[in-house]
Design a protein around this ligand. Structure first.
Ligand SMILES: Cc1cc2nc3c(=O)[nH]c(=O)nc-3n(C[C@H](O)[C@H](O)[C@H](O)COP(=O)(O)OP(=O)(O)OC[C@H]3O[C@@H](n4cnc5c(N)ncnc54)[C@H](O)[C@@H]3O)c2cc1C
Length: 487
């Protein structure tokens, strides 16, 4: 049987980045992906002349991103085109119901004065708000790391920000970047991300969607002598003499000196190693970990363009999520309305829609549970569609066709359900207090031969950037790995 140096399970942005770098570094790589296409949660879909991310995927920071660093390292900058247009629409809904549009800047950084004018912060509160923003921006990396044990809500509490500014920082920025309630979100992670967004802008996309980038990474593996198998689901990890030595699939067994799992730390431990006595401590550990919240939304196929910006956000002073408000919303005791994200791929990539048309993707919070019933899903959808109709009164009349997506689709396409309420998580593990920085699971599983890559280990930052950062970290770690261990 053929022996590989490294088997990477999953061609999400984490797995594909890692596989490409290892292959370029001379390792004999086998990359296995269950879907027909690469990209995982960043995958691209194509239908009726439209090309679009399966759901809203907007990356940040835009300048000096992990994507750019990776593509440079792999010599793929000509083949994969990253775009950042600067423009976006941020709509703040006042308590009277009016939508106030943030003035458009050049997108390279966020001007605090523009922000304060737009959010109508009274003159007497401006010094204090600026003070908060300045202290957030001036924290050094060491000071940020020291906030690991604190939630972002705890960090914000003494600042006593006006509700609109609080909603801007929490709802517009953190709720969508991290997909966990602010009172569980790790302050260090939040501030690290906010600094990079303020200083290096947001709204990074890839022509053809991030799925196109993942496909290019797979192609790199092939060009460097590796093998990529699509439509190949790994069912089990093979363990011999106390180490992981390969994988079992419907297409047969494959052996490798190291196996890197991109399928999620919980599915790896609780499904791929379900029967292994050796993995009992790991299974115990991963049961305690909390996934991020899920995202659902709609793909609206429009007979004419509605927006001229690649993405936007709609929020209000009531939209920030806390753990208690989310639980109450799930139980039907509180409004299900939170922040809404939208993306229009043909604005940054004109080939993404037939001439004169547009596909608009929306996304908002929902439970990560892939087994929610239709009635409950409809409640989440109706709460947010009502906001879309109000914010964009022309939208309804322009719809030719629509597709809904839910946490069930996210799970079916990217991550197996192995625990109650888990599978449809948006990011991966939640970036909560205790699950970031020194509390983040290690890329080394503790079982010889098995490593984790992707959002669950080895990176930080916003979803796609975190996945790529992890891919780079794991590849670097494994470049010196003693491969070709005799079997
Ligand atoms: C609805 C939604 C909206 C999002 N919006 C944003 C956004 O705006 N900005 C942002 O930065 N991030 C966003 N994200 C998050 C981001 O897309 C992810 O965090 C990131 O892409 C995850 O990459 P990954 O490599 O960790 O894992 P994944 O993308 O989950 O990749 C895992 C791969 O493993 C494969 N796999 C799983 N099991 C097996 C198996 N047994 N055998 C073989 N293959 C297997 C899967 O098919 C998948 O391709 C969003 C995610 C979702 C779901």
């Amino acid at each position: 049987m053929e022996q590989f140096d490294v088997i990477v399970v999953g061609a999400g942005l984490g797995g594909a980045s890692c596989g490409a770098l290892l292959a370029q570094g001379g390792k004999r790589v086998l990359l296995l992906e269950q879907n027909p296409n690469a990209g995982g949660k960043g995958m691209t879909l194509q239908r009726n002349g439209y090309t679009y991310a399966a759901w809203v995927v907007v990356s940040a920071p835009a300048v000096d991103s992990m994507h750019e660093r990776l593509l440079r390292r792999l010599g793929l900058t000509e083949r994969v085109q990253l775009v950042s247009m600067g423009a976006s629409d941020s709509l703040y809904q006042s308590s009277q119901g009016a939508f106030r549009l943030m003035p458009r800047g050049d997108g390279s950084s966020l001007d605090p004065t523009v922000l304060l004018d737009w959010l109508e912060v009274p003159a007497e509160q401006r010094m204090a708000v600026m003070g908060t923003i300045m202290s957030l921006l001036s924290l050094t990396p060491a000071q940020i790391d020291a906030l690991e044990g604190m939630s972002f809500a705890q960090w914000l509490a003494p600042q006593a920000l006006p509700p609109a500014v609080h909603a801007f920082l929490v709802s517009l920025m953190c709720d969508l970047m991290y997909m966990v309630p602010v009172d569980t979100l790790c302050a260090a992670e939040a501030i690290h991300g906010l600094q990079s967004m303020f200083q290096r802008g947001g709204g990074l996309f890839c022509v053809g969607g991030f799925g196109a980038m993942a496909e290019a990474l797979c192609q790199k593996v092939r060009e460097c002598g590796g093998e990529v198998r699509m439509g190949c689901k790994v069912e089990q990890l093979i363990v011999e003499a106390g180490r992981v030595v390969g994988v079992r699939t419907e297409q047969g067994d494959f052996r490798g000196s190291a196996v890197v799992s991109n399928v999620g730390i919980q599915p790896t431990a609780l499904k791929l190693l379900a029967e292994e006595p050796l993995a009992a401590p790991l299974r115990e550990k991963v049961r305690q970990l909390k996934p991020s919240i899920g995202m659902m939304g709609t793909r609206y196929f429009l007979r004419e363009p509605l927006v001229d910006v690649p993405y936007g956000v709609i929020f209000s002073a009531e939209s920030p999520w806390t753990q208690a408000r989310f639980e109450a919303a799930c139980a039907g005791r509180e409004s299900k309305r939170g922040v809404i994200f939208f993306e229009a791929p043909s604005v940054y990539d004109p080939a993404a829609a037939p001439d004169g048309r547009q596909v608009l993707l929306t996304g908002y919070w929902c439970p990560a549970d892939p087994n929610l019933d239709e009635a409950e899903l409809a409640q989440w959808r109706e709460a947010h569609e009502a906001v879309m109709w109000a914010a964009y009164p022309r939208l309804e009349s322009l719809i030719d066709d629509r597709e809904f997506y839910t946490a069930r689709d996210v799970s079916r396409l990217t991550r197996d359900t192995v625990m109650t309420g888990q599978g449809g998580e948006c990011i991966g593990l939640g970036q909560t207090v205790g699950q970031c920085g020194s509390g983040k699971p290690s890329i080394d599983s503790g079982i010889p031969g098995l490593y984790f890559v992707g959002c669950d280990a080895g990176g930080r930052g916003v979803g796609t950037q975190q996945a790529v950062a992890s891919g780079m970290a794991v590849a670097e770690h494994l470049m010196d790995y003693p491969c070709r261990i005799p079997v």
